[in-house]
Ligand binder design. Sequence first.
Ligand code: ZN
Ligand code: ZN
Length: 356
Amino acid sequence: MLKNRRSRLTSFFKEYSLNALLFTDLRNIRYLCGFSGSEGALLVSQDHAWFLCDSRYTAQAAEEVQGAEIRECAAIRIDTVSALAHECGFDRIGFEAAHTTVSAFRRMSEKLSGIELVEVDSRLDEIRICKDLVEIEQLSSVAALSSSALNAVLANIKPGVREIDIAVALEFEMRRRGAEGRAFDFIVASGERGAMPHGRASDKVIRSGELVTIDFGALKDGYHSDETVTVACGNPEIRAQEIHSIVRTAHDLAMEAVRPGISCRDLDEVARSYIRNKGFGEYFGHGLGHGVGLEIHELPTLSPRSTAVLEEGMVITVEPGIYIPGFGGVRIEDTVVVTGDGCRVLTSVDKQLLVL
Ligand code: ZN
Ligand code: ZN
C-alpha cells in the first residue's frame, strides 16, 4: 500500500530532477510512512526513505513507521538531513513549498550548504487526491460514527437549549463512539445566525420556529468526516421551508451528477444554476464542496473557478447553501466517494427537513 502511495512521487523526481524529497507536513508524512506523531520529517529518494525524529518519538516511530529507516536526531533535525544528503551524494532536494515557512526555509538553506533546495509546488499534495481502499474504509468508518452521534443528539434540540449545548453533546457522543475528537469547531447556527455559513456554536438560545444548521465531523485515525443538516426547532415559517426545499433539490441534483469525468466546475454549476434560477443566486457565496481526507479541506476544490476533474476514488463533499442576512440560512452537506459510475454516500443523516 505504502509502495503504491510512494510511486505517486515518481513524476516529481523526474519533473524537478531531484535526488530526494523532504516532507515536513505531518499529513503527508502520515500518508507516506504511517507516523501519526506531532513532529518529524521524512526524506524519500527513488529507492529509499528515512524517517527522522527526536527521542520523544523513537518508540512510537518504531511501532508505526513502515518502509522507512528510522534515524533519531540528537539535536537539530536539519543537521541529520544534511549528513544523510552528503552520505548519499544528493545535490538536489525538493521540499513542500506550500507547507514551509520563510524562516524554516532560511534555516534549511543555511544548514544544507552545497545542496540545491528545490521548491515543489502545492501539486505535491495531489498525491493524496484519490483515496485507496484503506483510506475509503477509514473515511466510511469515521463518517458513520459521526452521523450516528448526530442522530443521538437530535432529540436535545428544543426551545431554550443553547447552540453550545448541542455542540458539546455532539462531541461527547462522537468520543463515546471512538472518535479521537472533532474534525473542526462545529457550526451550530440557529435563527438569524444561520446566515453566517461559518457561525460557530455560540451561547445563543434556540427558539421555537427557528432553523438550526449543524455542520459537524469527527476525527479518527487521522481521517475527517464532514456533514451538515439544517433542522427546524418547531414549525418553521413557509419561507424557511421553501429555502430548505430549494437547497435540498440543488444538493440532490449535484449528488446525482457526481461521476468520474465531470469537471468540478460543471458539478458546482449543477447546484448553482438551480439556486440561481430560483432567484437565490446571490445568497450562495461559497463553492459547492471540497475533498476530505487527512485534512478537513483538501483537494479537489469544487467551485466556479475549479480546474479539477473528478476521478474514481476521490472523496468530496456536496454542500450547497442559501444564506440571507437578517433572516437565516440553510446548508445541506454529504460526503461521498466517487465510484466507477457515480458515487457512494458515506454520511447518513436524513436530509429531509426534520421538524423537532
Ligand atoms: Zn461541513
Ligand atoms: Zn465541508
